[in-house]
Design a binder for this molecule. Sequence first.
Ligand code: IPE
Ligand code: IPE
Ligand code: MG
Length: 268
Amino acid sequence: MEKDLLQSRKDLLMKHKVPAHIAVIMDGNGRWAKKRSLSRIDGHSAGIDTVRRIVRLAGEMGIGYLSLYTFSSENWNRPMGEVMGIMKLLAETVKKEVPELNKNNVRLKTIGDISGLPRKSRSALIDAIELTASNEGLTLILALNYSGRDEILRAVRTIAERIENDTLNSDEITPEVIESSLDTAGMPDPDLLIRTSGEYRLSNYLLWQLAYTELWITDIMWPDFSESDFLDALESYSGRERRFGMTSQQITTVSGVVKKYLFKGEKT
Ligand code: IPE
Ligand code: IPE
Ligand code: MG
């Protein structure tokens, strides 16, 4: 019964607006574990089960990009045991999940500076990225050793080097040049940002790319986040009017061409 309901909500959503890119701040693993007298690492393990469910559903729904905030640059400041536990889980999970990713036609990518990750985690990621590179369904992006400010800083350095090499003039720096220097080059900006565990902040995630993203925040902890919660977020999104600084009237009367530009990549 519940399954039928999920299916019909899914079908209905897919007939209307499906975001091209959904970004997620997966938060609350630690609090979920604490409430159950489990270790924080048990919380992260439980969070991986949620990732599996949501990746499958996003793929089935034809969502183009799903970017998951997995480990921030600031998370290195956590106790060493937790950091190492997360890195171990990451290496094991990425390795184990490759067949499932291939079965579901999911292409894996990362954003963030993965050169800063321990060798085993980094090599598992590089292998999985290569082994899934030709998949054409969902692109799953894991943000690892990621911070929005660090990403912008690295992009500024890349642009400065081009100016030093005389391959770019300063008056040629456009938003497109900046975008193509970010880790997310070639990906559409997120249409929707989901954050779990009830925190109302961005925590240094995708600072450039979230400029006009719709936000959806829930008190649910990430390990408890279900398919039905994901559909709640999509239903909320589908009922919103994105105005991009314009008036409501302009939005309802703009031509198809303008709409296509504004809602880049989104399936309408
Ligand atoms: C999110 O859950 C996972 C990571 C940041 C790696 P948390 O570990 O932040 O969980 P809380 O916020 O402490 O509950
Ligand atoms: C954001 O969660 C980072 C990830 C989900 C990987 P945090 O738990 O680190 O965020 P803050 O510290 O509460 O802002
Ligand atoms: Mg947290």
